[in-house]
Design a protein around this ligand. Structure first.
Ligand code: SAH
Length: 344
């Protein structure tokens, strides 16, 4: 893990300060400032100036710069493209729901999962994000927008469980009472289905919502759109979901991107019902966002409605996700992709 104070817990910052022969109470002061999104130690007005100077030299504060900001005129959704300290870019989306302002963050620069319909994976994985780089997306979205953030979804660029330790540290940080204090129940983590990592996460018994990107009722279809399915087929994935539910008591939310003629028939919905037996779940049906490079098209409204009804009649609650920010390239990786292509 990086040597960045913003990736450290309050106790770890305390250990750093102890080595500098500083009093213990400084750890809380510094942690609190960092988690407000300051850009410099000079903003830490209750620290002695000499200490600020030493910290600035040994632990420089990194903060992302806004490269692009797009605001939806329709629903107030704001999309940020940030430049990180090494020049790489990631996206964050701020969505305004009735229950609170929700930030959708990226967990990696690019992605190596290769889902056929997703813009984030087109250029492969560049690198994983450090804990503070995930935290910064929340902090600086809040600072820039002036809107208090109460909910977080890990559904931006990247596969969170492919960056397991850093993501877990980020969750610990954002949940800290002296930091943003965001409740685990207000956090959703979405995965394409890395089975061993889901088992590992289950053991942590966090109260967050696990979202699983299922997108198909069987291996035949899932293999064609999600390469990860060749390593962890549907049956194994649903088995780990059962174990996850047993370990945590948390109902899993399944994501299902509706793709015209691929996974949206009534037969597909019925097969899903058979497969899901005995597994408490909720389905989020997402009409596919069209990605330029991809041959896939969104399902028709009728197909989505029919699919939803079949699931609900079979006893599985299913909602059709409202598409926010449709006018601002707000789906996974689209803005970064556009920016990278423009620069070429
Ligand atoms: N890697 C994680 C989280 C990031 S993507 C995962 O796979 O779950 C968040 C969700 O958006 C996933 O369900 C993903 O499959 C879906 N998604 C990606 N591209 C999409 C597109 N073009 N249209 C609709 N949903 C898409």
């Amino acid at each position: 893990m990086s040597n960045n104070l913003k990736s450290m817990t309050e106790a770890e910052i305390g250990a750093v300060l102890k080595d500098m022969e500083q009093p213990a109470f400084r750890a809380k002061q510094i942690f609190t400032w960092l988690h407000k999104g300051v850009r410099s130690y000079d903003e830490m007005s209750n620290l002695p100036k000499p200490l600020r100077a030493v910290l600035a030299q040994q632990y420089p504060i990194c903060a992302p710069e806004v490269v692009r900001k797009q605001e939806s005129k329709k629903d107030g959704t704001v999309k940020y493209l940030w430049r990180l300290h090494d020049g790489n870019c990631v996206e964050t989306v701020l969505m305004r729901y009735h229950y609170g302002n929700t930030v959708c963050i990226s967990t990696e620069v690019g992605c190596r999962m290769g889902c056929a319909f997703c813009a984030s994976t087109l250029g492969g994985l560049v690198r994983k994000l450090e804990p503070f780089e995930m935290l910064d997306q929340v902090l600086f979205t809040q600072v820039d927008s002036g809107l208090p953030v109460s909910h977080i979804v890990l559904m931006g660029i990247g596969e969170p469980l492919d960056n397991f330790d850093n993501v877990l540290r980020f969750l610990e940080l954002v949940n800290s009472p002296d930091g943003m204090n965001i409740s685990m129940r207000h956090i959703s983590l979405s995965t394409c289905g890395l089975v061993p990592k889901i088992d590992e996460l289950a053991q942590k018994k966090l109260q967050l919502t696990l979202s699983v990107s299922l997108h198909a009722p069987n291996d035949e279809i899932r293999n064609t759109i999600m390469p990860v399915n060749r390593a962890y087929p549907v049956e194994q994935l649903l088995d780990v979901c059962r174990r996850y539910y047993q370990a945590t008591g948390r109902r899993i939310s399944f994501e299902y991107a509706m793709i015209d003629g691929v996974n949206d028939s009534e037969e597909n919905a019925k097969e899903l019902l058979r497969r899901m037996k005995g597994l408490p779940a909720h389905f989020n049906l997402i009409p596919l966002n069209h990605v330029e490079e991809s041959p896939f098209k969104p399902s028709s409204r009728n197909a989505v409605a029919r699919f939803q009804k079949t699931l609900e009649d079979g006893g599985i609650p299913a909602t059709v996700r409202r598409t926010l920010g449709g006018d601002i390239d707000a789906s996974c990786g689209q803005l970064r992709r556009k920016y990278t292509k423009e620069k070429q």
